[in-house]
Structures are given as structure tokens and as C-alpha cells.
Design a protein around this ligand. Structure first.
Ligand code: NAD
Length: 454
């Protein structure tokens, strides 16, 4: 037995004791997790700084803060979600009662990426714990310091038969994916998502896939341009554009393009530095995760028409927030998810062209539409299939526990956050509880003969 198999076996045995099914156990463990996160906070901050040069502000708002507030939300609601839910019973089943009982799947495997390496490992885990599962976590090898801290933090608080962390890259994932889990939750690229789905298929394991893609941001001519510019610049360049739901490219109505870009240039200076020199010397800004991604991103800048930014520092793997003009679908920057601080701008005259062009491509994870017109908002909603998004904002739909977060088609399937996290790791067991006080004869074959005899 390899290490993964041994841990899985121990977790199966622990799950079989039934301890994780109790509400008191789940609540206690979630509270313990909160305490250990608070205890490890300095180490988490340092690890994120090491791996991505993340500032404290970004770490609190997008990593620690999100996880801690999700724990609070889950612990507050867990007991009511765990209750068997009584539902209606048709008249044909007279005498019976019907209810739905959420049960934990068992042992879950959670594989996560490097871009929000703490939050994207812990947030699914909260769902797994709340729903009463055991879990094995496989963080990304591309954020090794965060992976190490997560492993230390978990082993200091939880026995490995309940929560375990296995570190490593594709080889560690492959070893795990060869085993039979009861649930797989994967966050990462579309390419690896397909590998995970195939591995899950061999055991028919239910799988949630949180993937990526090119998320459009559309600014119509009636939008409040200054506010739109501020919110787009923030959402795009947060974490150096390494956000799965960052606006990937901008579609702007040709009448307002110039004005919108001017506002965006202003906000880039306002948020990140007055000029190129200041930005390049600002050590607080998030960098690109590794050389491979850095080299991939700077090739987009070759022969490009740059409206803002364009500078970079290879030694630090830093790229200035950049806006590119004169781009069409044939440009290399439009061929794949950008996942970096580069925003190409396309212009349009008729919103229907935008809808048609977006629909020629894979279904996006997110979509942002800036317009004051409710009719046009409805047209976008009905005309394009996408995971989720915002009207007149970017990214913020991910930070509410009341909205399920997930993709559709190529951008993923399944959802989590808030109650959806609990549901992602629960099987809905349907029960019809029949009366034994009487037995209606109509369903039995003998009823037909009894009728014929009349
Ligand atoms: P990735 O798919 O390369 O890696 C994700 C995880 O899979 C890592 O833990 C990695 O070790 C593992 N892995 C890599 N190759 C594997 C293989 N051959 N077999 C099995 N496992 C393997 O993704 P990434 O580069 O870490 O993250 C970036 C991608 O993730 C982007 O496409 C982004 O849009 C997406 N993403 C999606 C969300 C979301 O919530 N939908 C969030 C963050 C990132």
C-alpha cells in the first residue's frame, strides 16, 4: 500500500465509526479549524508573501477573511441544514410521509490550484467538514510555501484519519486519483479538469469541477463610466490578474471607449503608482507565480498596441497593469485564458454582435455587464450562458455566501460557498416512510382480478 492508500484506508475506518455524522463533532472541528487558522496567521501571511508577493491587505480580503467568514456562516446554519427536510407526499401514497436526509458522501479528495492557494484549499474543505466527511487535501506544488503551511497547520490540529494533506504535483494527484473516493472536488485548469473527470468516471465518483476560461466584461454606452472603470481595474488587476473570475477581456461600445480607457488609465495610476518607474519599484504588488507563466504573458505584449502599462521586471516576475488595444479574436491574447495583468480591449456597435461572439466560444466562468438598462441586462442574462457574474461590478459575486459559485460547460460543473458547499459534499437521500396501519390494494396484481370478478 502506498501512503495515499494507507491514509484513505484510515479515513474510511474513521468515517465508519459515525463520529463525523454528529452535529456536535462537525461544529467542534470547524471551530478548531478557525482557531488553528488564527494561530497560524503570521505563517500564512509569510507563505503567501513568499509564493506570490501577496500584500497583507490582499491576503486578508481574499484569503483569510473569506475563509473565516465562511466558517462563521457555516457554523451558524449547520444544524438547520443537517435536519431531514419534510416534503409533500402525493395522494396516491396516502398514509406515508416523505423527507430528504442529507448524508455525507464519506471520504473526499480536494485538489486545489496556486492562485489563491489558501482560500481555494480551505473553502471546499469547510463544505466537506460541515457535511460530515473526512478529507484528503492536495494543494498546488506551484505555491510550495502555502502548501507546507497548510500541511503543518492541519497536522497540528487534526488526526490524519479525519483530515490529511498530501503535498506534491501531478504525480501526487495521479496517485490519489487512482484510488476510489466518495467525492472529488477539483479547482484548476480545464485541461486537468478533464483528467480528473476521467479518473472520477472509473469509479463513478461524484465530482465538482471549478475550472477557468475567458470571462468577458462588457461596457455599454449608457454605463456610469468612471465607476465602471474603477471596478474593472480593481477586479482585473487584483492578484496581478491571476484570478479565475477576473475580467479576461473588455468589450466596450465604440462611442464610450476613449472615455472609459481614460478613466481606467487614471485608476491604474491611482491604485498602483503614478508612473511606470513607481510601479516597477513597488515591492507590495503581487507578482506572476513562475517563469513559465511570466514568459507566456510577456509574449502577448510583443507588437501589441499598448494603452496603459506594458512594462515588466523579469527578475521579480512583475508585469505592470496593462491595457491592450487593436485586438481581435485572432490575436494570441484572445486564444486562451490570460490569467495575468493584461486586459485586451475590443469595441462593438451592437450588443447583439457581442452576444453572438461570446456564444461562439466556450461558456465563461464569469461575465460582467455594465449598463443602467434593465432590458439589456435581461437580454444578456437570457442570451449568454455563463457560471455567474455581476451587473455593474466585477468579482464581488464570489464574496457572498448566499450565491452558489461555479461554472457551466467548459468552465466547470457543480457549485459551492455557503449552503452550496454543504450540498456539494452531501448526498440527498430521499425516504418515503410508509404506514403499516392499512394497505391500499390498488397497486397489486390481485386488485385487477378482484375488479374483474365484480
Ligand atoms: P492546474 O490545473 O494546472 O493545477 C491544479 C491542481 O491540479 C494542482 O494541485 C496540480 O498539482 C494538479 N495537477 C496538475 N497537473 C495534473 C495532472 N496531470 N493530473 C492530476 N492533477 C494535476 O491549475 P493551476 O495552474 O494551478 O490554476 C490555474 C487554473 O485554475 C486557471 O485555469 C484558473 O481559471 C483555474 N481556477 C479556477 C477557479 C474556480 O474557482 N473556478 C479558481 C482558481 C483557479
Amino acid at each position: 500500500m502506498n501512503q495515499s492508500e494507507k491514509i484513505l484506508k484510515k479515513q474510511r475506518d474513521f468515517f465508519a465509526t459515525g463520529v463525523t455524522q454528529e452535529a456536535s463533532f462537525r461544529l467542534e472541528q470547524l471551530n478548531k479549524l478557525k482557531q488553528v487558522i488564527q494561530r497560524f496567521e503570521p505563517a500564512i501571511l509569510e507563505a503567501l508573501h513568499h509564493d506570490l508577493n501577496k500584500s497583507e491587505l490582499d491576503t486578508y480580503s481574499t484569503e483569510l477573511g473569506m475563509v473565516l467568514s465562511e466558517i462563521n456562516y457555516l457554523t451558524k446554519n449547520l444544524v438547520s441544514w443537517m435536519k431531514a427536510k419534510r416534503v409533500k407526499t402525493p395522494l396516491t401514497h396516502i398514509g406515508s410521509r416523505s423527507f430528504i436526509y442529507p448524508e455525507p458522501y464519506g471520504v473526499a479528495l480536494i485538489i486545489s490550484p496556486w492562485n489563491y492557494p489558501f482560500q481555494l484549499t480551505l473553502a471546499p474543505l469547510l463544505g466537506a467538514m460541515a457535511a460530515g466527511n473526512c478529507a484528503i487535501l492536495k494543494p498546488s506544488e506551484l505555491s510550495p510555501h502555502v502548501s507546507r503551511v497548510i500541511a503543518e497547520m492541519m497536522s497540528s490540529q487534526f488526526p490524519s484519519e479525519y483530515i490529511a494533506v498530501i503535498e506534491g504535483g501531478a504525480e501526487a494527484s495521479t496517485e490519489l486519483l487512482n484510488l476510489k473516493f466518495d467525492k472529488i472536488f477539483f479547482t484548476g485548469s480545464v485541461v486537468v479538469g478533464k483528467i480528473v473527470a476521467q479518473a472520477a468516471a472509473q469509479y463513478l465518483t461524484p465530482v465538482t469541477l471549478e475550472l477557468g476560461g475567458k470571462s468577458p466584461c462588457i461596457v455599454h454606452k449608457d454605463a456610469k463610466l468612471d465607476l465602471a472603470a474603477k471596478r474593472i481595474v480593481w477586479g482585473k488587476f487584483l492578484n496581478a490578474g491571476q484570478t479565475c473570475i477576473a475580467p479576461d477581456y473588455l468589450f466596450v461600445h465604440k462611442d464610450v471607449k476613449e472615455e472609459l480607457v481614460e478613466h481606467m488609465q487614471g485608476y491604474i495610476r491611482n491604485f498602483y503608482g503614478q508612473d511606470s518607474q513607481t510601479m516597477l519599484q513597488n515591492n507590495d504588488l503581487t507578482v506572476i507565480v513562475n517563469d513559465r507563466h511570466f514568459q507566456r504573458l510577456i509574449t502577448y505584449l510583443e507588437r501589441a498596441h499598448v494603452l496603459a502599462g506594458g512594462g515588466y521586471d523579469e527578475k521579480r516576475r512583475f508585469i505592470e497593469p496593462t491595457i491592450l488595444d487593436q485586438v481581435d479574436w485572432n490575436h494570441p491574447v484572445m486564444q486562451e485564458e490570460i490569467f495575468g495583468p493584461i486586459l485586451p480591449v475590443l469595441e462593438y456597435e451592437d450588443l447583439e454582435e457581442v452576444i453572438a461572439q461570446v456564444n461562439e466560444h466556450e461558456k465563461p466562468l464569469a461575465l460582467y455587464f455594465f449598463s443602467e438598462n434593465k432590458g439589456l441586462q435581461d437580454r444578456i442574462l437570457q442570451g449568454i450562458s455563463f457560471g455567474g457574474g455581476c451587473f455593474n461590478d466585477t468579482v464581488m459575486h464570489i464574496v457572498t455566501p448566499y450565491l452558489p459559485f461555479g461554472g457551466v460547460g467548459n468552465s466547470g460543473n457543480g457549485a459551492y460557498h455557503g449552503k452550496s458547499s454543504f450540498e456539494a459534499f452531501s448526498h440527498q437521500k430521499s425516504i418515503l416512510s410508509q404506514s403499516t396501519q392499512f394497505d391500499l390494494p390498488v397497486r397489486y396484481p390481485s386488485f385487477k382480478y378482484a375488479l374483474q370478478a365484480i
